[in-house]
Design a protein around this ligand. Structure first.
Ligand SMILES: [Zn+2]
Length: 220
């Protein structure tokens, strides 16, 4: 099992519709009933103690047969279900963050040999899955829009196909990032950015390497 793939970190509490972390959802039925956030699954979840992590909990499908259809389950790691589940989870988490109910996920950039965590998208007012660019007709997996419905950030969820050059061109007016489906499922609070475009200069590839091997060090 990679990335704790069958271990689900967030679920919907059926009684209230609230999004809950496993650590705060420790009730057994009938006091607590929790539903999987994968819209194609929606199965019942149990709260389980995390082995070797005292006091920490995770969600797991009540039966093995129920989890077979679930995108969060490791058996679906290479399927389209995984992509759909990760996209939906990220849209839910971002929406919660915009409504100030959950922290905004941090974006993790690897720049100039260091890791930077960034939280720049406070201006977002709305999360739109499958956002379509009016100019080019291209669809982004998720868009964060401002109060005028203009994109603050486009997010592509990588599963089997990276952002290609046509999409890069279509997104040339916007800030965009690409994050991996498995990374979202493993930890939706911190998203390693695998590709990005048009972001402020410090995150751009040309800022990542100031000298090439063998090149004399110069002043910048
Ligand atoms: Zn499920």
């Amino acid at each position: 099992m990679r990335n704790g793939a069958s271990r689900i970190l967030l679920a919907c509490e059926v009684a209230t519709g609230a999004l809950l972390k496993a650590d705060t959802a420790r009730h057994l039925p009938p006091e607590g009933t929790y539903q999987c956030l994968d819209p194609n699954c929606g199965g019942d979840l149990n709260v389980c103690r995390w082995p070797n992590r005292p006091g920490q909990f995770y969600f797991r499908h009540r039966t093995a047969s129920a989890s077979a259809a679930c995108g969060f389950h490791s058996s679906n790691e290479r399927t389209q279900r995984r992509h759909e589940a990760a996209k939906h989870l990220l849209a839910v988490v971002l929406n919660e963050a915009i409504q100030h109910r959950e922290p905004m996920p941090l974006l993790e950039f690897h720049v100039a040999g260091a890791t930077r965590h960034v939280l720049p998208f406070i201006g977002a007012k709305r999360v739109v899955p499958e956002w379509e660019c009016r100019r080019t007709g291209k669809r982004a997996d998720i868009a964060l829009l401002d109060g005028l419905d203009e994109p603050v950030l486009l997010i592509e969820v990588f599963h089997t196909h990276a952002v290609d050059r046509h999409k890069k061109k279509a997104y040339s007016d916007y800030w965009w990032i690409e994050v991996e489906a498995n990374a979202i499922i493993a930890n939706h609070g911190c998203l390693p950015v695998i590709h990005s475009g048009n972001l402020p200069y410090v995150f751009a590839p040309q800022a990542q390497q100031r000298t090439l091997p063998g090149m004399p060090v110069r002043e910048w």
